[in-house]
Write a protein that binds this ligand. Structure first.
Ligand code: C5P
Length: 224
């Protein structure tokens, strides 16, 4: 039996991975892994349990046993559950993203989430969104994309996303936070944000999501 086809999409915050992955998964009828959500949920579970952000073992224990739920509501909006409780908006704030990138540096947390992420690879296929999908979690994936966009465009997209959700943020603060988070993600020793040697780099600056999706689907057609 051939293994389940996996498409990995890695890249920095705001490069458009979430939108692209969701659309590619829908077009192919594949499952979706939003690995960033797992790190965000680990951070949230830790703060709910009153853990110090520096508590690696405590966060790893929660990463192993926290109850996950992913789905869409009647309006087609994503819904994320932590231990049965709806936390979608809670995990999408910049604060939750920053906490996620702190706990994501811990080897024990990454190890705890490894098999949980691999378990998402179910027939007929998986689109995996993250930072280390092509390098660490699914190194054998037949199609690996590394999605980038200019720092300005990534900050602007994030700003618009948060504004749409009714959250008030300043573009300058957001640009600074994104730069800090990118630096933390790219400079950590374990599973840093880096393109796999066999990844295809796509730059989404000034390109519509439709065009990127069409590119990925064309690449997938050639491989699966
Ligand atoms: O993609 P998202 O912004 O939701 O990810 C939140 C944080 O989780 C990232 O900044 C990164 O530190 C961490 N992360 C990771 N490895 C992944 C996905 C996310 O370290 N595969």
């Amino acid at each position: 039996m051939s293994p389940t086809p996996v498409i990995t999409v890695d890249g920095p915050s705001g490069s458009g991975k979430g939108t692209i992955c969701r659309r590619v998964a829908t077009a192919l009828g594949y499952h979706l892994l939003d690995s960033g959500a797992l790190y965000r949920l680990t951070g949230l579970a830790g703060s709910r349990a009153g853990l110090d952000p520096a508590d690696e073992a405590g966060h790893a224990a929660l990463a192993l046993r926290m109850g996950l739920g992913f789905g869409v509501d009647a309006k087609g909006e994503e819904r994320v559950l932590l231990d049965g409780e709806e936390v979608t908006d809670r995990i999408r704030t910049e604060q939750a993203g920053n906490l996620a990138s702190i706990v994501a540096r811990y080897p024990a947390v990454r190890a705890a989430l490894l098999e949980r992420q691999r378990a998402f690879a179910q027939p007929p296929g998986l689109v995996a969104d993250g930072r280390d999908m092509g390098t660490v979690v699914f190194p054998e994936a037949p199609l690996k994309i590394f999605l980038t966009a200019s720092a300005e465009e990534r900050a602007r997209r994030r700003y618009n996303q948060l504004k749409d959700k009714g959250l008030s943020v300043s573009l300058a603060d957001l640009s600074r936070e994104i730069a800090e988070r990118d630096h933390r993600d790219a400079s950590r020793t374990l599973a840093p944000l880096v393109a796999a040697a066999d990844a295809i780099s796509l730059d989404s600056t000034g390109v519509t999501p439709e065009e990127i999706v069409a590119r990925v689907l064309a690449l997938a057609r050639g491989r699966f």
